[in-house]
Design a binder for this molecule. Sequence first.
Ligand code: MIC
Length: 649
Amino acid sequence: MNKLNVTQKLIKDHLTEGTMEPGNEIGLKIDHVLQQDATGTLIMLQLEAIGIKKVSAEVAVQYVDHNLMQSDYRNADDHRFLQSAARKFGYWYSRPGNGISHVVHMERFGVPGKSMLGSDSHTCSAGSMGMLAMGAGGLDVTAAATGHPCYIKMPEVMGVKLTGKLRDWVSAKDVILEMLRRYDVKGGVGKIIEYYGPGLEHLSAWDRHVIANMGAELGATTTVFPSDERTREFMEQEERGDQWVELVADEGAGYDIDEHIELDKVEPLIAKPSSPGNVVPVSEVEGTPVSQVVVGSSANPGLRDFWMVSQIVKEQSLPADLSLDINPSSRQKINDLGRMGAINDLMSSGARFHQTGCMGCIGMGQAPSSGSNSLRTMPRNFPGRSGTEDDQVYLCSPETAAVSAVHGMITDPVKYGEKHSYPRYEEPKKSAVNKMMLISPSPDVQESELEKGPNIKSIPDFEEIEDAFKAPAILKLGDNISTDEILKAGAVVLPLRSNIEEISKYTFHAVSKDFHEMAAHARDSFGGHIVVAGDNYAQGSSREHAAIAPRYLGQIAVIAKSYARIGFQNLVNYGIIPFLFIDNKDHDGIEERNILEFAGVRKAIETGDPITVNNTSRNKSIKVKCEVTERQKMVLLEGGLIRYLKKRS
Ligand code: MIC
């Protein structure tokens, strides 16, 4: 392997253990750590539980961008807690209102060639500037922040060659939707997606961010772009040109999988409800009425994206029954939009301007009205994620969003362009650099106290896995169950992220409102429960609450056909056994409430050999196995990652 692609270069530079053969477990040194508030509170509590004095990552930043609405004391208490924890453990603190983590990290901290682990599945966005940036569950981020390597299976590298140039009215979002059209939500599992080729020249750093961000929706380990002239221009814009380094593939380097997108042939695309992989051409759903259009989030955070919308809607009067909501992605972007006159253009068209942050993307407000369609430039539309149970959320580009807002119905921007000229965007030479809401860490260990409000509770301790158990399968699920279905987000549940007992009451709420009660009953009668699932279990967000809350309710094991990368690791980290069916047809043979009997479990984890599970309700037996790496074995057998780290720190 003497000619290396960008991914291989990044991995080679950070490799601490293992060899770079696809499927092998490798350890990676992590340079940057990114945390957002909805997952960060648990990380800070984990640091406290392990007894850490100061984090050792080169750059560690705690952002506050998710739990922004303060309808009572809880989110505000979380903010204060995080600020006190950042001070104590040596993090930068990005104050509420400063912006979305992925956006501010790119503006102020990202450096090509560095590695990053973040407690947010969209951490992969920083791949746009030549970083090896991956999302992970909070516990893995805790480990990385304290100097432990990050362990992943060496992915295959898919090289996507980009040729040509996007047509007017088609933009970067359509490129990633094209990838989702081809590969759906699990086509990227076990892969890093690297973009290369002459088409890159026409994609700015922020366009690349759009494509890298939604690599998470493909299930990919991450996305990687080279660091080239476009990256340099971006860093100069951010007054950080001196930190730019070039990082490009060696001439003649190859990929494990080859893919090609002709940019000039990409058409406006849209993901229909309720999966980011449910992609069709916009023309196929034209005329569908919309009552809400929301622009923003880490999926379309660039200045261009907001400006484009402002130019399309300016001097138009938007339909009276439509709400156009603008969520700026960072404080800098607000300043830039102001300088360009775009805020005025948006406001005079009737748009609603909100604070910077994730907002409606995670259901922090902006829930659509019942029975109506919402069009968003966001990355996810899993069922109920918006906060409205029967929501109908479509995902699209800023161009499609804006022209649809003008008409109150889904509209193909290319057709709209037959009568209107395409607004020509030019990147400003300098961004409105703004560091005032970033608090820098102190170089010394701080003996200060953590400020915990009454809703902030310690992390429960769990027992080790038993060798034999008998428990009911209380829930049977299909394919692609997202973490939004396991533990939903939204303005009601998000404030409970630092209180496991309370948040656990919402476990699987989106699927079954009785889950909490069924789990309590199973715990009293059997000591715990099992959940059965199809392919790609626990896809989507990195929230480890989708493992810790079920574990708290007594979940012993999941039996699934396959798992999403982060979801799988979170189960291991909290000591839930992630079994795989040996024969996927056995999924059909288990009914809800069947009692399953397991024996010889610890040995099965150690050896990876199949074991027989007796379905005592149906007098049948099936075979399952637990396929984990050597390190995951230890974590599982020792009762989870907190115990494992405590022993080793
Ligand atoms: C998401 O898009 O689902 C989030 C909000 O960014 C999550 C984080 C969370 O659940 O707190 C993620 O992607 O990890």
